[in-house]
Design a protein around this ligand. Sequence first.
Ligand code: MG
Length: 256
Amino acid sequence: MRPHEGLDAVLWMQSSAEYVASAEQAYHQARIQLDRALAPGNEDWTAAVEQTAPGYEKLPPAVVLDLDEVVLDTTHFQAGNVKAQRSFNPDAWKRWVEEHQAPAVPGALAFTEYIRKKGIRLFYVTNRREDERAATLQNLRELGLPADADGGNLLMRSQEPDWKSDKSSRRQRIAETHRIALLVGDDLNDFVSGGRGTPEERLAVVEKHRSYWGTRWILLPNVVYGGWERAIYDFDSSLSRDEILRRKFEALEGPE
Ligand SMILES: [Mg+2]
């Protein structure tokens, strides 16, 4: 049997106590930081670098969460790829989304309940596509996660012409009406533009915003997929699986 490159990563997410602890830790920190963001005297606190328009201090606060591997656990789909010896396949993904069977990420349900009790607005900014909206909403509702009746708090990719995979324009939209108190994500792109650079460029983005991590930006672990992985092969999804593997081996640091 040829080992699949995702085997250990998916197993870590699905079976390790450490993954659950990491997710719980992230959401515990999110609560502490949300309380800080809402404390008197912190009205100028914002998590969005896009939030620059004067007067935002008076806007009602909101929390922005990504969906996959932040609120929804898609590792059953990822495990299917490992078992079938295949890479990501958009048709298989769409079929899986339409089953609306993703479980919740540990800690996500309790955190959204905490937000709801405080009367804070919650937005999901996801790179799931607009044509995956109905199944995604159904999935959220069946888990008891807060979703507006009209789906107004779910901002999908391609929902509007300028809502590309870069989420900056969607953060900008939310920032027009709300003070963004926290961003919760698993990918650099969930926090700031610049996630599509080389690994070195992505690291520079992280370092430029060093003070945001764990304060305004809460990161959940995702070792299976994401910008970190695609950056290794220049986000070139046309490459063969063997070529991608070759580039990954080349990217390893250490003795020959
Ligand atoms: Mg995600």
